[in-house]
Design a protein around this ligand. Structure first.
Ligand code: FNR
Length: 345
């Protein structure tokens, strides 16, 4: 099978033409400075990968109280906007395109990072375990978000999107995957509310739909990352699939640039009737980005089968800044190794 399909352009909406179908997956690197401002080193790191069709930034905080990991960047103050502008300038100079992934960790935030503020979540249900790479910080029970908290969250997403636009991003991706705040609203294990934000597919989808609506007012291109197969800091509940069936049908009628699979290994699940990406494709009529352990070869095959329109690549792009060139030239890739996370290359 030829990999040529990976190198065909893709139109992602008005004024946004991607040069190829390789997307850089969002990858948290914990390398922002202590004020959560992106550094020049980060600008160089992203610029080196600007020959991918689209870069999705590492998860970026919409507000200080959403932080759950050290040195993750934000988009909620002017210094951060200025820092990100240096990143987007460098990417654009290299003819690349870049979206900001907007993030709030919800119940996996930690007081250590939030000035002592207790994490908020749909329901007061905590996760077991400790903050990765900071074993001394164990997770605690979150506080149930009030009606006011939820309105503030929506406003913070909108403000972060407006900041993303000012910082020069081409669009944003709402991080609604991987067990973080929005995903916590989409699963029964973490959302046991009985008000308009929980208890039914319609109510559980409401936060994400409101966030998309608000963010769409601020920046033209808005993608969404989803994890219908709960797999990280989340337990699967057989009722969840009805939530995603409903949500995806709603997304067919919203202005959305794409839907993007959030998972580490895109394998079939009985309850989804195939891989996560195939499930998204069946229910969502617009652009689909596959991700989860794809190689250039298996990615091209997924494009050929029609499972997806774009392929996001994560770990191989950490190991190989020149991934696109190597794949194009059939040059061997350096295998990813976790030890590579300590340095931004
Ligand atoms: C991730 N992933 C991830 N996902 C996300 O939505 N936002 C993020 O900030 C991160 N951060 C992150 C950091 C690191 C070090 C890894 C390895 C992964 C998940 C990532 O985007 C991708 O879905 C997975 O890595 C699977 O794709 P690959 O790596 O198999 O191509």
């Amino acid at each position: 099978m030829s990999k040529e399909l990976l190198f065909t352009p893709k139109d992602l909406g008005t004024g946004l033409k991607l040069n190829n179908r390789v997307v850089m997956a969002p990858l948290t690197r914990c390398m922002a400075d202590d004020a959560l401002v992106p550094t020049d080193l980060m600008a160089s790191y992203y610029a080196r990968r600007a020959d991918t069709g689209l870069i999705i930034s590492e998860a970026t905080l919409i507000s200080a109280n959403g932080q759950g990991y050290p040195n993750t960047p934000g988009l909620f103050n002017e210094a951060q906007v200025t820092g990100w502008r240096r990143v987007t300038n460098r990417v654009h100079q290299a003819q690349g395109k870049i979206f900001a992934q907007l993030w709030h960790t919800g119940r996996v935030a930690h007081r250590h990072f939030t000035d002592g503020e207790q994490p908020i979540a749909p329901s007061p249900i905590g996760v077991e375990g400790h903050v990765p790479r900071m074993r001394e910080l164990t997770y605690e029970q979150p506080r149930q978000a009030t009606q006011d908290d939820i309105q503030t969250l929506i406003a913070h997403y909108a403000k972060a999107a407006a900041n993303a636009k000012r910082a020069g991003f081409d669009g944003v991706e709402i991080h609604a995957a991987n067990g973080y705040l929005v995903d916590q609203f989409l699963h029964y294990a973490s959302n046991q509310r009985d008000d308009q934000w929980g208890g039914s597919p319609e109510n559980m989808s409401r936060l994400l739909l409101k966030v998309i609506e608000a963010v769409n007012q601020e920046i033209p291109h808005v993608g969404v990352r989803l994890s219908p197969a709960a797999y990280f800091n989340m337990e699967h509940d057989p009722r969840d699939v009805a939530v995603f069936d409903y949500l995806l049908e709603q997304l067919n009628h919203q202005e959305v640039a794409y839907v993007h699979t959030g998972i580490f290994n895109d394998v079939p699940h009985d309850y989804l009737g195939g891989t996560v990406t195939q499930y998204l494709r069946r229910h969502y009529k617009g652009t689909v980005i596959a991700s989860g352990s794809y190689s250039a070869q298996s990615g091209a095959e997924a494009l050929e089968r029609g499972d997806a329109d774009l392929i996001a690549i994560g770990r191989p792009l950490i190991a190989n800044p020149d991934y696109v060139e190597k794949v194009r030239n059939d040059t061997a890739l350096i295998p990813y190794d976790q030890s590579m996370l300590t340095e931004l290359v």
